[in-house]
Design a protein around this ligand. Structure first.
Ligand SMILES: Cc1cc2nc3c(=O)[nH]c(=O)nc-3n(C[C@H](O)[C@H](O)[C@H](O)COP(=O)(O)OP(=O)(O)OC[C@H]3O[C@@H](n4cnc5c(N)ncnc54)[C@H](O)[C@@H]3O)c2cc1C
Length: 403
């Protein structure tokens, strides 16, 4: 047995949150990460209000807000007609503890978690180390690892968490399927330097446009914005920069006066979930367990809400304060949340962005948000449905409403 009772594969935000949660409960863990440092490709920036109590419990919420910003205003715009619908989360006041979302690139959130982890020297991140395989008994998981400098080695732990993203090697090593579908579109995510605030842009905007539906969001107060737009998934990696420069002025007319492209990445997008979230002593969390398109920003939000209950459950089991079978509840309930809430909502939004179906019906729903407080409350509370109550105490932070 190694010095660690728990190993976590993947130092993405989900894996690191798991390590921090365990550390705060007195459980040392080791995080195994293939890359030499935190991956900084442009991905999540929106962290829904329902994740904030969990971040607060881990002592990172204030730091995350300080490194990013809190906001609650949104807009949806139809590119062709210019119709723009605006709403905000003010209705959440009095219903939830933190009535706003936090905007912060996920790699900066990872940095915040790592800074916090520095206070727990018993927890270690092994950078440049790739998970290659596993075998397990009813008492132990043996993992095979490959370190860039030191070569192959094995480690024995009591529990393994696979938080190694949508292409999860842990999931594959378990022989677990990844059910669902891959969209015909891919997303091109760009970070661009441009002052859109002076042109009155909402700080997050869903742009309905066929075939290039897009999501725009302000990333910081220094005029850094995210524009992620859909394009045909058959388009090649070569020429993507030329395509971006052709597309951005179409999506954002103000970009014709100039902007700086700082970062870009192309992503295949999926609605998929692991067929099992638990196999024996191995648990899946975050994108390793479920992948969704980025419309609505529910991917990492769901991953955070996986891991907030998972670390607590593992710590309680290791401390003999809870039975092992609460992990079956974890597996069943997190899969249900993804299939009943995360994936259908993100799919509806994506289809609206792409004008694939139900455009008028979808627009009507958003028009109601601007005018009808009860519709706005119901919509704003949606992110609370992504929470599963604590498996140890039964406590939940968010009120639950029908989808
Ligand atoms: C354009 C875009 C925008 C998005 N915006 C949002 C948003 O606003 N809000 C939101 O909630 N979600 C959003 N998402 C989704 C979000 O990015 C993911 O849900 C999130 O990255 C999942 O985190 P994770 O820690 O589970 O996995 P990842 O972030 O993918 O981390 C997995 C880690 O595992 C490592 N790894 C992989 N294989 C191995 C191996 N064999 N051995 C060791 N390490 C390994 C990887 O290097 C990586 O560091 C967006 C996604 C995209 C593409």
């Amino acid at each position: 047995m190694s010095n660690y009772r728990v190993a976590i594969i993947g130092a993405g935000p989900v894996g690191l949150l798991c390590a921090l949660g365990l550390a705060r409960k007195g459980v040392d863990s080791v995080v195994i990460e293939r890359e030499p440092g935190v991956v900084d490709s442009p991905r999540a920036i929106a962290h829904h209000w329902s994740t904030l109590p969990g971040m607060d419990e881990l002592g990172i919420l204030d730091k995350a807000i300080a490194r990013g910003f809190a906001k609650n205003d949104f807009a949806l715009k139809v590119h062709k007609t210019g119709e723009e619908i605006r709403w905000n989360l003010d209705v959440l006041q009095g219903h939830v503890k933190f009535p706003f979302n936090v905007y912060l690139p996920q790699h900066i959130l990872a940095d915040v978690i790592l800074e916090e982890l520095a206070a727990y020297p018993g927890t270690r991140v092994l950078w440049g180390t790739t998970f290659a395989g596993l075998r397990q008994t009813d008492k132990t998981v043996t993992i095979s690892l490959q370190n860039d400098a030191e070569g192959a080695f094995e480690m024995n732990v009591e529990w393994l968490v696979g938080a190694d993203g949508a292409r999860s090697a842990v999931r594959k090593a378990l022989g677990v399927g990844f059910d669902g579908f891959t969209w015909d579109q891919q997303f091109v995510a760009t970070n661009i330097r441009i002052d859109l605030s002076k042109h009155g842009y909402a700080r997050s905007l869903l742009l309905v446009d066929k075939p290039n539906g897009a999501v725009l969001a302000m990333i910081d107060n220094e005029n850094l914005w995210r524009c992620a737009y859909a394009e045909d998934s058959g388009l090649p990696a070569e020429g993507v920069v030329e395509r971006i420069h052709a597309m951005l002025p179409r999506i954002i007319p103000e970009a014709r006066d100039g902007y700086a492209l700082e970062h870009h990445s192309v992503y295949r997008i999926h609605q998929r979930n692991a067929t099992e979230f638990r196999v024996g002593r191995v648990l899946l969390a975050g994108d390793a367990a479920h992948a969704t398109n980025p419309a609505g920003g529910f991917g990492l939000t769901t991953g955070c809400l996986d891991v907030f209950i998972l670390y607590e459950a593992l710590a309680a089991i290791l401390g003999n304060q809870a039975p092992v079978d609460i992990l079956d509840t974890y597996a069943r309930e997190r899969k249900r949340v993804f299939l009943e809430f995360t994936s259908p909502q993100a799919t509806r939004l994506m289809k609206l962005l792409l004008q694939e179906e139900g455009l008028q019906e979808g627009l009507e729903r958003f028009r109601l948000l601007a005018t009808d407080e009860s519709a706005r409350l119901k919509y704003s509370l949606f992110a609370g449905n992504l929470e599963t109550p604590s498996l140890v105490t039964g406590r939940r932070h968010s009120p639950q409403v029908a989808a």
